[in-house]
Design a protein around this ligand. Structure first.
Ligand code: SAM
Length: 248
């Protein structure tokens, strides 16, 4: 997968050099290119923002540098191929594991993290006529800029790419994973030692009985989800749970 990020703070994306994403890049599974938006400005001060039409506080990012940047990125790819544009914005569609799965199937993503009050609307409208565009929010709060959202979305997507996680099964039972766990939260996990500060681990985990362990995990997931995210239980597909139970 190729990922392009256009930002006025390229250094903010440095964490993409470490850990899982950094290793995926080093192995050639992920091609990440971070671009400074200001290279597509033409005035002495490299201006990227201006006052909002209609008045009001704050500044708005000018459309011209974004248009030049996105055209240049498109031209740098294979001829006739358009990237998928991901626009971080608090007014976007909530970012979920389902959307991460959807984005992980795309060969090329371009992120447009903004600053100030956001990007002149005409940019998204213009590219939405030619490209697939997703306006995405990482939560119901407002950050100072979209770079942190790019880090979040990139990491969630990258770990789903084939070969990026050591064990391909690792994300199958994750919280929210569509399928076996029917979008529930994952239950508690334990490792050695078997006793820590007088606390044992649940006996069933030592039983070696795969069916019982799977059922216990499902029950724990259900319990935790009921307590913390009842909205997920309401949306959960009973058919998926039945299927999971039959497999136990
Ligand atoms: N005035 C905008 C609004 O209320 O929708 C907020 C602009 S915010 C200060 C600047 C930029 O940070 C946004 O354009 C977006 O790129 C990013 N951002 C802020 N909160 C975000 C969130 N929850 N999810 C994704 N991106 C966010």
């Amino acid at each position: 997968m190729r990922i392009d990020v256009v930002t006025i703070f390229p250094e903010y994306l440095e964490p993409l050099n470490v850990s899982l994403v950094g290793k995926a890049r080093a192995r050639g599974q992920l091609d990440v290119r971070v671009h400074d938006l200001r290279q597509w400005t033409h005035d002495r001060h490299h201006t990227v923002d201006d006052t909002p039409y209609g008045g009001g506080p704050g500044m708005v990012m000018k459309p011209e540098p974004w248009g030049e940047a996105l055209d240049a990125i498109e031209a740098s790819g294979p001829q006739g191929t358009a990237p998928v544009m991901v626009v971080p914005t608090p007014s976007g569609r909530p970012f979920t594991q389902r959307l991460a799965v959807e984005l992980s199937a795309k060969p090329w993503l371009v992120f447009t993290p903004a600053r100030y009050e956001g990007i002149d609307r005409r940019v998204v409208d213009a590219y939405a006529e030619r490209w697939e565009v997703h306006e995405v929010s990482i939560g119901d709060y407002v950050l100072a800029g979209g770079e942190a959202a790019v880090l979040v979305i990139t990491e969630a997507v990258a770990r789903l790419l084939p070969g990026v996680l050591g064990n391909a099964e690792s994300h199958r039972d994750d919280s929210f994973a569509p399928g076996a766990m029917a979008d529930l939260l994952e239950g508690p996990v334990y490792t050695k030692p078997p006793v820590w500060r007088d606390r044992d681990i649940p006996e069933v985990l030592l039983s070696g009985h795969h069916g019982k362990i799977a059922r216990w995990r499902r029950d724990q997931a259900f319990r935790r989800t009921s307590a913390l995210r009842p909205d997920l239980i309401e949306r959960c597909d009973p058919a998926a749970l039945d299927k999971h139970d039959r497999a136990l």
